[in-house]
Design a protein around this ligand. Structure first.
Ligand SMILES: [Zn+2]
Length: 305
């Protein structure tokens, strides 16, 4: 199924931050471009699977031992045509030869001339979970910027209080979940962008307005240096949480109710320049990414969102 905060023109749920739709979202490339959002897809069968969810701490077999189709890169499974020298992909019909390379520490190929090939989990089990990649980070506590994982919450304060309440809970849970070594930054946007300085003796919010051309009045780095925005979670968890609790709906000239509907009026995605004012989503996202990216290319490297 598709999940979208923008699809559909029905009034029901117009102020929800998450809506389900059976329509195609985005409907075309032009609409996708107008959203300015990176789209991703998660596919999961509706039927509950007996082995899932698996224990997240369990050590999974590495994916690189499991044979993949030479044409479509599908993984081998029990539905494929298994032959002496190779296999026929159930997804695309391509024939791939079994590799002669030894697998793991066993010294023998995993599939080739393996009399017990049909007992391999990827072939015997209806579902099988493997580890595609594992990321190992080494954080330098004295120079966390560039070595620690970076998370930035970009919060739309044109939303009504009910929605912001959900967002605050989600951000608090995220701060809890990312771990003490991570760096966390809080950025809000409505018709201005707010940068939270939680590391100062007296935490404050720096606000950057929009210029006449719709861009930012000043670069974010000038308003607040990146290393001040990105707080180490281990040392500043309480300050971060306190800052999140202060986030309230932005006021507009026409009251928060009208402001909250910016961007979804008429079911259009590209609202925000309508008669009720401006919402700086595009400039906020663009400036924040440029800010994080600029730091990464300045040689510290590795900064990620
Ligand atoms: Zn294939």
């Amino acid at each position: 199924h598709n999940m979208s905060s923008t699809g559909g023109s029905e009034d029901a749920g117009r102020d929800l931050c998450l809506r389900l739709t059976s329509r195609r979202v985005p409907e075309n490339a032009a609409q996708k471009d107008r959203t300015g959002l990176p789209f991703g897809v998660t596919v999961q069968p509706f039927k509950p699977l007996p082995h899932f969810p698996v224990d997240a701490s369990a050590l999974l077999d590495p994916a690189d031992e499991v044979a993949r189709c030479g044409d479509c890169f599908g993984y081998v499974n029990g539905f494929c045509g298994l032959e002496r020298d190779g296999w026929v992909c159930i997804l695309c019909g391509n024939f791939s030869y079994w590799s002669s390379d030894p697998a793991g520490d066993g010294g023998k190929p995993r599939y080739k001339r393996n009399a017990r090939r049909n007992e391999l989990p990827e072939i015997a089990l209806p579902e099988y979970e493997i580890e595609v990649a594992r990321e190992v980070l080494t954080v330098n506590p004295r120079e966390p910027l560039g070595t620690a994982p970076v998370y930035v919450a970009l919060i739309d304060t044109t939303a009504p209080e009910e929605t912001l309440e959900l967002v605050r809970s989600a951000v608090l849970a995220a701060i809890e979940a990312v771990g003490p070594d991570a760096l966390f930054g809080i950025v809000t946007f409505a018709d201005r962008i707010g940068l939270f300085d939680v590391q100062a003796a007296a935490p404050s919010v720096r606000r950057v307005g929009l210029g006449k051309d719709g861009g930012l009045a000043m670069p974010l780095e000038e308003a607040l240096p990146l290393r001040r925005l990105l707080a180490p979670v281990g040392a500043f968890k309480e300050e971060l949480a306190a800052a999140v609790e202060t986030i309230a709906p932005a006021k507009s000239r026409f009251g928060s109710a009208g402001f909250s509907r910016l961007g979804v009026d008429d079911g259009m995605i590209d609202g925000g320049d309508g008669p009720v004012g401006r919402r700086a989503f595009g400039p906020a996202l663009e400036a924040t990414l440029a800010w994080l990216g600029a730091d990464a290319v300045e040689g510290r490297g590795g900064g990620r969102g």
